[in-house]
Design a protein around this ligand. Structure first.
Ligand code: F0G
Length: 438
């Protein structure tokens, strides 16, 4: 059995799963979904069961999330809203490894989900819960990916869906997805944090169901990526897991997933979970660096990695628990470092959106500082697909990318730029360009 429990240990209030809460109604802190009573599983038979489900045609077994449903807060006969999420590849990335100064590096590509980002693994669970509660209207604030994901899952569940996005700050590809899936897209003046604040106020006053990662059911779905990753590694977890940090739901979810795996004897240790932020949108990194008593939001977050342009992350307390318990690090990377790391990931034939590339940029820094050792096992989580933001890619490769820095636009160097070549429609002209390739 599961309950929703306040994460503040002094409060510790418990609520039923069907109470529509986003924060603790007693103290206002965040909630986690937690098992209560006896929750014992036989490790060997669980692993076997999860492996065997991969060969089944049951919708739940085909999903990389619902395959691990013993750890999800639903009865076995729940009517799941699934698009076949999860089951994403874990790639070896030798060029990126070299770039970071590592012997090897693995990339867990969450961009290979149905809507092209990691959000789908949480959304399948949150929208299933919304349907279970009989909700008609689901909503979120978003920098684009949550919006695209919610729009798709709401469409599958035949629910109405409203998304609040910061005006002019979301990539076209993400907006296009949300529109195509039939969401009501509301452009709000301000940034992501403004959208988040407004949608939370709205959720308190109305009957809409909020599915940002403040909703603990989102975290439940996203935590299963830790299960899938551990399984892909033969139940040996890596020394380091590195994720980008925006609203900090993803790092929270990995923390919870690896904590549960370890406490149930499914793995022998937990990886160090490190979070990388863009230097212009780094309230969590500042909190970590100063070991501050209080978390101070960033009023004017700035980064070209628009997915993580966030100054007031709602899940910072859960993410801090994940980093603290696993002795991970929280650092920042510059716009130049993000752009170059992204191009390097592309050269491994993998590709990702800018926010995801903070991981490789961050690992390179952590290796240079001696905090990650050359031969340690490292997994970086790529959160979004390359095609989520093609404008950025084209500008980097044509050496026209610029990023705002203290109010002025500064050029980003196309260190690994791969420019388009204009060439006459004659074989000999083309041959003269190609001869350098062979
Ligand atoms: N990477 C990508 C591609 C994202 O879209 C996000 C968040 C993050 C990383 C950061 O993850 O918020 O869990 O720390 N995107 C949200 C959105 C905010 O609205 O799509 P986080």
């Amino acid at each position: 059995m599961f309950v929703q429990r306040c994460i503040d240990v002094a409060c510790g209030s418990e609520f039923e799963l069907d109470e529509r809460l986003y924060v603790c109604s007693r103290c206002g802190d965040l909630l986690d979904v937690e098992p209560v009573g006896i929750f014992t599983h036989d490790v060997a038979s669980l692993r076997k069961l999860w492996r065997e489900r991969r060969g089944s045609n049951d919708v739940r077994d085909r999903s990389g999330v619902w395959r691990f449903r013993e750890f999800l807060p639903f009865a076995d006969d729940v009517d799941v809203v699934s698009l076949g999420e999860g089951n994403t590849p874990l790639y070896d990335a030798p060029r990126s490894a070299d770039y970071c100064g590592l012997t090897s590096l693995k990339l867990k590509h969450q961009g290979n989900n149905p809507t092209g980002s990691f959000k789908d693994t949480g959304m399948t669970v949150a929208v299933t819960q919304a349907r279970k509660l009989g909700m008609r209207l689901v909503a979120c604030a978003s920098t684009g990916n949550t919006a695209a994901s919610l729009a798709a899952y709401a469409a599958r569940a035949r629910m109405q869906c409203a998304i609040l996005v910061p005006d002019g700050q979301v990539s076209e590809a993400k907006l296009a997805q949300a529109l195509d899936y039939g969401a009501k897209v509301l452009e709000i003046e301000g940034n992501f944090d403004t959208c988040m604040r407004v949608v939370q106020e709205l959720a308190e006053q109305s009957s809409l169901y909020l599915v940002n990662s403040i909703n603990p059911f989102r975290i439940e779905g996203q935590k299963t990526v830790a299960f899938e990753l551990a399984e892909q590694l033969g139940w040996e977890v890596p020394d380091h897991l590195v994720v980008p940090g925006g609203n900090l739901g993803n790092s929270s979810a990995f923390g919870k997933g690896f904590r549960e795996l370890f406490s149930h004897g499914l793995t022998r240790k937990q990886p160090r979970i490190s979070v990388i932020q863009a230097a212009g949108a780094a309230p969590f990194a500042r909190f970590y660096k100063n070991r501050a008593a209080e978390f101070v939001n960033e009023d004017h977050p700035e980064t070209l990695a628009s997915a993580i342009k966030i100054g007031a992350p709602v899940s910072w307390k859960k993410a801090w628990r994940a980093v603290r318990e696993t002795e991970g690090y929280v650092i920042t990377v510059t716009e130049q470092e993000i752009a170059d790391a992204k191009a390097m990931i592309g050269r491994d034939g993998i590709g990702c959106e800018p926010a995801s590339a903070t991981t490789v940029a961050g690992i390179r820094k952590l290796v240079a500082e001696g905090l990650i050792k050359k031969d340690e096992s490292v997994v970086a989580v790529l959160t979004g697909h390359l095609l989520k933001d093609t404008d950025y890619v084209i500008r980097y490769h044509s050496n026209t990318l610029t990023a705002p820095q203290e109010g002025v636009e500064k050029p980003i160097r196309g260190t690994f730029a791969n420019s388009i070549v204009r060439v006459a429609a004659r074989p000999c002209a083309i041959e003269s360009v190609l001869k350098n390739l062979a």
